[in-house]
Design a protein around this ligand. Structure first.
Ligand code: SF4
Length: 85
């Protein structure tokens, strides 16, 4: 079941405190954090878990590293330019 590991806890280096897998697997619009494989591989077979519960398209979406602020800003500017012409 998708909630089998929800009670497991680890230290999050991104947020600076302990949290549960329940949080990590529902971070981005109900999808896992992009660091989920790095943070949980020592705790349980997280790769199998991810393969079992998420489609290829979903995995591609949440495992992609987040865009840096400059890239996001550039994309926003480009989008605004397109809408204003
Ligand atoms: S998966 Fe993300 S939210 Fe969870 S511990 Fe790792 S960095 Fe923190």
């Amino acid at each position: 079941m998708i909630d089998d590991y929800d009670e497991r806890r680890t230290y999050c280096r991104m947020l600076g405190h302990y949290l549960s897998f329940a949080y990590c697997r529902s971070l981005k619009q109900g999808l896992p954090c992009h660091k989920v494989l790095d943070c949980w591989f020592e705790h349980f077979p997280v790769e199998d878990f991810i393969r079992e519960h998420y489609s290829d398209a979903q995995r591609e979406l949440f495992l992609a590293p987040p865009k840096d602020k400059m890239t996001s800003l550039f994309e926003l500017i480009e989008r605004a330019k397109k809408h204003s012409t």
